[in-house]
Write a protein that binds this ligand. Structure first.
Ligand code: 13P
Length: 249
């Protein structure tokens, strides 16, 4: 059975004291227990966040990692380093990584392999740009991103994969895909997994939506049958907003 997940991607926001304050606020919130909850603070604050949330239902996850296990890669961190501080899930392939840091599908395939080799769970992001959607190529673009980075995996590896469809034109813009657009793409992705693997695997894979999910639109987006949760940017930086979204299930 696939799981419902709401994950907050803090991006490059919150220094140590802000991280501690937001976590304290998050711990005050009430949750209905209908989904898994995750937050992805910045790298320097991950260890402290793990300590502060050790006995909580909120999982601390990474925003990125390198594919190598160690070595001369200035500024990078490895899967084992994340695991070593208690981070067992990592976001890979975010469009900001693809756009600003030139991450390619091939590189992401290597990162996925490295994460899985360390028994980490991966939240794999993908999504089309506005020009792709305007040209009617959005499904082809997304299918290629998923195929290139994930379809080399054996079926058994997929229990560690969560997908996150994030149309680039909806990230941080306030413009959300309509619930119907999200549903349409999620159903398309699920069919692609079924065609490549099996109906059982397709049905068991969680597919999150990301892109301007807010307290006022989460319920309608999450109500769609193929939307299994959200990857939340801006609205994850405020505890009450984030938990309104968490409780929208
Ligand atoms: P926003 O919710 O700010 O649009 O960001 C979405 C996102 O990129 C989550 O990874």
């Amino acid at each position: 059975m696939r799981k419902n997940i709401v994950a907050g991607n803090w991006k490059m926001n919150n220094d140590l004291s802000q991280t501690q304050a937001l976590i304290a606020d998050l711990k005050q919130q009430k949750e209905a227990g209908r989904c898994e909850i995750m937050i992805a603070p910045t790298m320097p604050n991950l260890y402290n966040a793990c300590e502060l949330l050790r006995d909580s239902k909120i999982e601390v996850i990474g925003q990125n990692m390198h594919f190598a296990s160690h070595g001369a890669y200035t500024g990078e961190v490895s899967a084992s380093m994340l695991k070593g501080i208690g981070v067992n899930t990592v976001i890979l392939g975010h469009s900001e990584r693809r756009t600003y840091f030139n991450e390619t599908d091939e590189m992401l395939a290597q990162k996925v392999d490295a994460a899985l080799a360390h028994e980490m769970r991966v939240i794999f992001c993908f999504g089309e740009e506005l020009k792709d959607r305007k040209a009617g190529n959005h499904e082809a673009v997304v299918a290629t991103q998923i195929k290139n980075a994930l379809f080399h995996l054996p079926e058994r590896a997929w229990k560690h994969i969560v997908l996150a469809y994030e149309p680039v034109w909806a990230i941080g813009t306030g413009e959300t895909a309509t619930p119907e657009q999200a549903q349409e793409m999620h159903a398309f992705i699920r069919k692609a997994i079924e065609n490549q693997y099996s109906a059982v695997l397709a049905d068991n894979t969680s597919i999150l939506y990301g892109g301007s999910v807010k307290p006022n639109n989460a319920k309608s987006i999450f109500s769609k049958p193929d939307v299994d949760g959200g990857l939340i940017g801006g609205a994850a930086l405020q505890a009450e907003d984030f938990f309104t979204i968490v409780n929208a299930f």
